[in-house]
Design a protein around this ligand. Structure first.
Ligand code: GLC
Ligand code: GLC
Length: 636
């Protein structure tokens, strides 16, 4: 029996020889050399990941040759400026840890009509300070309901309503020239039912027969449904949908989103090709959609299985070979123990931070920081080669994804507490400032999630005079805890809910559309007027962005908890001891005192970087309603 290392070496030799013999490699000698160097470095990692998935198959070597041929073709087609970026990023792999990084996210059509229109917004993005722009799904998708583009019919064609592939490439280059990294989705758990692979599978094309999970009857679907969670119970019960011919297909989300079958290596190879094509458009960060669901096994929840990680790490190893500057961002909205498992230099270097997001809203409702403080102290710090993406809300619903085990330590009962939060945010709780809408209310499990824009959930809609302060408070935390902050564009000027989705039959069933409003020009027009709510939010946010960008203390992701001695006041330190910023944030609309003793290791006074005012700490400190302080404790 050969050792794994020896087998890998033999496989490497075989693959390298097969690739080298190809006329393309001969014609492109320079490209081949650069490719070969990275292949030599990363081949063992790639095989380490792929072997447990497909290594038992007799055609494993052919599969590797095929996969890496595709990867070489992608590398050979990679624009020279991206190859230059590859080298640059390999020299500076922690580039994304800079305190100057700031993300924005928007829908192309809702924000700017189309791709050309979006390009015209670049001066505004620069004004705001963005260095990262996530454009929501923009590839070809079915007319009508496409889950906001999360049902892809072709990864090689832009949705014609948004423009052409060429427009996207131009936009990517224009953004890059301005120091803004383009972020696109890799929707790799499923395709739309209109994708050629899906129509091929239905038509009986043997090439696509095993691309999806198709079943002749309910036997296996019933068996799987025993253990699988319902993600969109409003759309269909269980995880399967029936086709007109009577068969059943796995559809974790909507019935038109068919889950891909990664136990078939042809699916891996096909999707790898699509992924590298998306990379070559100029995508610098790939948002790995719905990572939790990509592997299924009977008798399990079919979420977060070890093989799901293996699939992603295999994609990641391939990227290191053929598009090395691109990073992965994980979208895992699951238990916090499972969220972090996707984050590592070899898997997803970036990840949404759904726990922080949900707990921000939790603290706003309860006026207590207990769960958030605990999460920051116990779950925030990551490997320094990886980073959180901290956000206040996204295009999706807010789910209460904290760990019940964490909550019970604080005497909080998860189920009952979630019921309270749901009532609070849909305005079924007296005195609530929030105007949210329920999402996927599931009476059979008591589960429910929340839709709503940041402004509407924070009180703007009902004219609450403290709404702007709440919005700034939430963003203050997202900007200062460490990691990359991500703003949902429109929130920076307080855009409220848009109920017009109810008039569109393709959207009416999905309340997430309430928080996906089109860009409201009149709100943006007020952004420089301090007397207006949009102006207060925008100016306050800009100030935080500027201060953050100017201070090394905010680089990277590590923080140290700081107990402020008041249940409504969150606290943490950034930077190194002696040269740190002490961040405090009050989640109460009443003044809150922090006692003197908590500041015993701090200077007698410190300048608040946000206002320039000196605050005495010697005798304790009182924070005003929703006040946030970034206290410079370095030079005192
Ligand atoms: C992700 C997206 C969400 C979509 C789902 C299915 O979770 O964020 O909007 O519905 O994937 O693609
Ligand atoms: C579930 C999924 C998540 C998705 C969301 C959409 O929470 O875990 O991936 O974004 O549903 O509502």
């Amino acid at each position: 029996m050969l050792s794994v290392a020896h087998q890998t070496q033999l496989a490497h030799q075989h693959v390298a020889a097969a690739l080298k013999a190809r006329p393309e490699a001969k014609a492109a000698r320079k490209a081949w050399k650069a490719f070969e160097a990275r292949l030599n470095t990363h081949f063992p990692q790639l095989v380490k990941e792929l072997a447990p998935l497909y290594g038992a198959r007799p055609d494993f070597l052919d599969f590797l040759v095929d996969l890496l041929s595709k990867a070489f073709d992608a590398w050979n087609a990679r624009p020279v400026d991206l190859q230059a970026l590859d080298l640059q990023r390999e020299k500076n792999p922690r580039w994304f840890q800079s305190q100057k990084m700031l993300g924005g996210v928007c829908y192309v059509d809702l924000y700017a009509g189309n791709l050309k229109g979006l390009q015209k917004q670049i001066p505004y993005f620069k004004e705001l300070g963005l260095t990262y722009l996530h454009l929501m799904p923009l590839f070809k998708c079915p007319d009508g309901n496409s889950d906001g583009g999360y049902a892809v019919s072709s990864y090689r064609e832009v949705n014609p309503a948004l423009g052409k592939m060429e427009d996207l490439q131009n936009l990517a280059a224009a953004l890059r020239a301005e120091g803004i990294s383009l972020v696109l989705d890799f929707i790799f758990n499923h395709t739309s039912d209109e994708h050629a692979w899906a129509t091929g599978a239905v038509a009986g094309d043997p090439q696509y027969a095993d691309f999806y999970y198709l079943f002749p009857d309910r036997t296996l679907p019933d068996a799987y449904d025993k253990t699988v969670r319902e993600i969109f119970p409003d759309q269909h019960p269980g995880a399967f949908s029936q086709l007109p011919d009577g068969r059943w297909v796995w559809t974790t989300f909507n019935s038109f989103q068919w889950d891909l079958n990664y136990s078939n290596p042809a699916v891996f190879t096909a999707m790898a090709g699509e992924m590298l094509a998306i990379a070559n458009l100029g995508t610098e960060i790939l948002r790995m959609d719905a990572v939790a669901f990509v592997w299924k096994r009977l008798g399990t929840v079919c979420e977060n299985l070890p093989e799901a990680h293996t699939v992603i790490r295999a994609f990641s190893a391939l990227v290191r070979i053929a598009a090395p500057s691109m990073l992965f961002k994980s979208e895992a909205i699951v238990h916090p123990d499972d969220v972090v498992k996707y984050i590592s230099p070899e898997e997803c270097q970036l990840s949404y931070n759904p726990l922080q997001m949900a707990l921000l809203w939790n603290s706003l409702a309860t006026r207590e920081v207990n769960l958030l403080q605990q999460a920051l102290e116990q779950r925030h710090n990551l490997d320094p080669d990886t980073s959180w993406v901290n956000y206040v809300r996204s295009h999706d619903d807010i789910g209460w994804t904290f760990a019940d085990e964490d909550a019970i330590q604080l005497g909080i009962h998860g189920f009952a507490h979630r019921q309270f939060l749901n009532r609070f945010y849909v305005n079924r709780f007296e005195g609530s400032f929030a105007r949210g809408v329920p999402f996927q209310d599931n009476p059979s499990t008591g589960d429910c999630r929340i839709s709503g824009t940041c402004a509407s959930l924070a009180g703007v809609e009902q004219g609450d005079p403290l709404a702007a302060a709440r919005i700034l408070l939430l963003h203050s935390v997202a900007l200062s805890t460490g990691g990359m902050p991500l703003i949902y564009l429109g929130d920076e000027v307080g855009t409220p809910n848009d109920p017009s989705y109810l008039n569109d039959p393709t959207k009416a069933e999905d309340s997430r559309w309430v928080h996906r409003p089109a860009r409201v020009a009149s709100l943006y027009a007020q952004r420089h007027k301090k007397t207006t709510v949009p102006g207060q939010i925008y100016q306050g946010l800009r100030r935080m962005v500027e201060v953050r960008a100017s201070l090394e203390e905010f680089a990277g992701g590590q923080l140290t908890g700081f107990r402020a001695g008041n249940p409504s006041v969150l606290g943490y330190l950034r930077g190194t001891p002696g040269a740190h910023v002490l961040v405090l944030a009050s989640f109460s609309e009443q003044p809150q005192d922090c006692p003197a003793e908590v500041f015993s290791a701090q200077p007698a006074s410190a300048v608040d970087l946000l206002t320039g005012q000196t605050r005495a700490l010697l005798n304790g400190l009182t924070l005003g309603p929703y006040e946030r302080l970034w206290l410079d404790c370095g030079a005192a």
